[in-house]
Design a protein around this ligand. Structure first.
Ligand code: ATP
Ligand code: MG
Length: 426
């Protein structure tokens, strides 16, 4: 029988990497606190209709990328491809409009999209998602961008740049859409297949196409920000002023679009490093009509999502720090097998005292245990020899200096902690 492997595009995050994830999540949680965003845990599957309506059935995500299945009761469910629609559903379902506005929420977790797997693109990937729901004030858009920048700054990403656009609103966008279509119409056969299909259903998305030919054609396309209504123009200006106020360097990018009616006004992306556009670490924007699209009343909102895999890739490329790699403080070694019960109780005592420690369970001889102690990264080897034990003592070897000391068994935890503390302080 062939051994079963993980499905295509799905990865195990092994211990060599998972500590980096823990670091990113820890920093995200600190930054959330700093900005007053509270964490929610959202379900991994939802009613298919939530995404079909909340992301839009003319988007690539809904048209081609969803993992949709029927459960045993015949309901159509979908593994979440993103978190915004779920977050807005959660807000509406729990009557958060009655609380302080905006409701500032964040979550993290796996998302699922049926895409062609490649570096930085998987079928199960993680996102950090921050949303501020309930107000239209452009200063909230500024806060969302500020939050993303502070997050990436703390993660050690450099050369952060914000790319911004405004996609208008259902009032001003129709005129723009018609102008864009009029511009594109003569080039229709030169567009890629997907863009030809988008022409009627979601023409703004053509601006976002990554195909060379389409990029060239759209170079001279009319600019959406030149077609904004007064309200959207003023919102955009205040947003840009706010970015300047926080010292964020931004670039206007007319290719940043979503094109559906409930995505309104602000669209942004943050890039990091010298690669610019190729290195988007997050994407976000305003979605003032999303709540209505999923059956709620008018509820504006703005937010962003960052892909954790891509954030980690960028951090690795930039040589950013992931904090301290978890290691152990002490490794308990027995000279003779008969000391193993003593080793177990000693180990337990050390752990109860907050020392991170381990021992050999593979029945190795003392020399191999000492080797295991070094390769475990432990700072100390605690050697339980028969002679020391007869004195009620343990030999504690500092594996970095090679220096060995003897401590009374019952004082060992305290002494080891004192040495570690002294070191950390010095
Ligand atoms: P892309 O243009 O790369 O497909 P997107 O516009 O589909 O991105 P969003 O839906 O805005 O991306 O998701 C926000 C972030 O989630 C992206 O900036 C990226 O970091 C991450 N992301 C999206 N799709 C994937 C994927 N398949 N694998 C890993 N990360 C992803
Ligand atoms: Mg995509």
């Amino acid at each position: 029988m062939v051994a079963i492997k993980a499905p295509r595009g799905v990865r195990d995050i092994l211990p060599d990497e998972s500590w980096k994830w823990a670091y990113v999540l820890e920093v995200a949680s600190e930054v959330a606190d700093l900005f007053g965003y509270r964490e929610v845990h959202l379900p991994i599957f939802e009613d298919t209709a939530l995404f079909a309506r909340g992301i839009g059935d003319t988007t690539d995500v809904v048209e081609k990328e969803m993992y949709t299945f029927t459960d045993r009761s015949g309901r159509s469910l979908t593994l979440r491809p993103e978190a915004t629609a779920s977050m807005v559903r959660c807000y509406l379902e729990h009557g958060m409009q009655r609380e302080k506005q905006p409701a500032k929420l964040w979550c993290s977790g796996p998302m699922f999209r049926y895409e062609r797997p490649q570096k930085g693109r998987y079928r199960q990937f993680w996102q950090l998602d921050f949303e501020a729901i309930g107000v239209q004030d452009p200063m909230v858009d500024v806060e969302i961008v500020a939050l993303s920048l502070e997050l990436f700054r703390r993660l050690g990403l450099s050369n952060l740049e914000v790319m911004v656009n405004s996609v208008g609103c259902p009032r001003c966008r129709p005129t723009y859409r018609e102008e864009l279509k009029a511009y594109l119409a003569p080039h229709l056969d030169e567009l890629c297949d997907s863009c030809r299909a988008r022409f009627d259903r979601n023409p703004l998305r053509i601006l976002d196409c990554k195909e060379e030919g389409c990029i060239e054609i759209t170079q001279g396309a009319p600019d959406v920000v030149e077609h904004l209504c007064e309200e959207c123009r003023s919102h955009f200006d205040q947003f840009l002023n706010g970015l300047e106020a926080i010292g964020a360097s931004y670039r206007l990018n007319k290719r940043l679009v979503r094109g559906l009616d409930y995505y309104t006004k602000t669209a942004f992306e943050v890039t990091s490093g010298k690669l610019g556009a190729q290195n988007a670490v997050c994407g976000g924007g305003r979605y003032d009509h999303l709540a209505e699209a999923i059956g709620g009343s008018f509820t504006p909102g703005v937010g962003f999502a960052a892909g954790i895999e891509r954030v980690i890739l960028s951090m690795e490329e930039e040589g950013a720090s992931f904090g301290e790699r978890p290691s152990i403080d002490a490794f308990v070694v027995t000279a003779e097998a008969s000391a193993r019960p003593k080793a177990v109780s000693f180990l337990h005592e050390l752990r109860r005292n907050g020392l991170r420690c381990d021992m050999d369970y593979a029945g190795k001889g003392m020399r191999s245990q000492l080797k295991a102690a070094s390769s475990s990264g432990a700072r100390f080897a605690c050697i339980l020899g028969s002679e020391e034990l007869s004195r009620g003592a343990v030999a504690v070897k500092d594996l970095s200096s090679g220096k060995q000391q003897e401590f009374p068994l019952e004082k060992a935890a305290e002494r080891i902690k004192a040495v570690l503390k002294e070191q950390a302080g010095g």
